[in-house]
Design a protein around this ligand. Sequence first.
Ligand SMILES: Nc1ncnc2c1ncn2[C@@H]1O[C@H](COP(=O)(O)OP(=O)(O)O)[C@@H](O)[C@H]1O
Ligand SMILES: [Mg+2]
Length: 251
Amino acid sequence: MRMARTPEMKTIAVFSLKGGVGKSTFAVNLAWASATLSARRTLLWDLDPQAAATWLLAPGSKTRDAASAVFARQLDPEDICQPTAIPGLDLLAADMSLHGLERLLFELGKKRRLAKLLDGLAQRYDRIILDCPPGLTETAEQVLRGADIIVAPVIPSPLARKSLDDLADILIRRGGKHPPILPVFSMVDRRRKLHAEALETYPDWPMVSYSSLVEQMGIKRAPLAVYAGHSQQAEQFAAIWQAIERRLAKA
Ligand SMILES: Nc1ncnc2c1ncn2[C@@H]1O[C@H](COP(=O)(O)OP(=O)(O)O)[C@@H](O)[C@H]1O
Ligand SMILES: [Mg+2]
């Protein structure tokens, strides 16, 4: 009798050249959906020294330099993955040491360090969600080499297309293979003309609308679905997660 094959581990990076576009919000809610709706063993790896996702998911997290010690191979990532209040969802927390990650990665000169660390976690997790710092940093370069798909939150505006084109340009200029990009509209307010126009221009981009319910994640310190599971926005995040799973299945 043939053994059922375990599906491969996949890495989903939430990335944008810009800050404040909803990356951490997406990362946390997509991680919830992965663990809960898809029953995947899920890890959220917070790569941003601002540690927004860590702050939302791990009220007590207080590592000092573990986050970058993992990249120096002084610590095994498995040893610092911590459970969260969500069954099936672990967190690899960010801390202040990530402010030194850029320099560390340059000094190491290992272009695939993150990719290899991810490979090392493939037995333990089915899905790894990366919450990335903004900008084309060395960390981002590592992410682009390690991810299977890039989720790119975009706040609707005439510049939205540009920031996405910039990202595509960068990926093309780097040459070789790069992961597919899934643009997602973030903080959409249909009453605003620019938002409505952007949605008309890109009708096939999934979206999450603006809502104070989403903002409250910072007060509740939990994924949206934990306290507002029936909200429109929780459903939108869930739909985006399903779209990601479909893309990954095609790859
Ligand atoms: N759909 C939304 N509706 C309302 N506020 C949102 C929404 N998405 C994100 N926010 C808020 O916008 C701010 C920036 O989001 P965040 O996810 O931290 O962005 P980034 O990680 O890209 O810097 C946060 O205060 C967050 O609560
Ligand atoms: Mg963030």
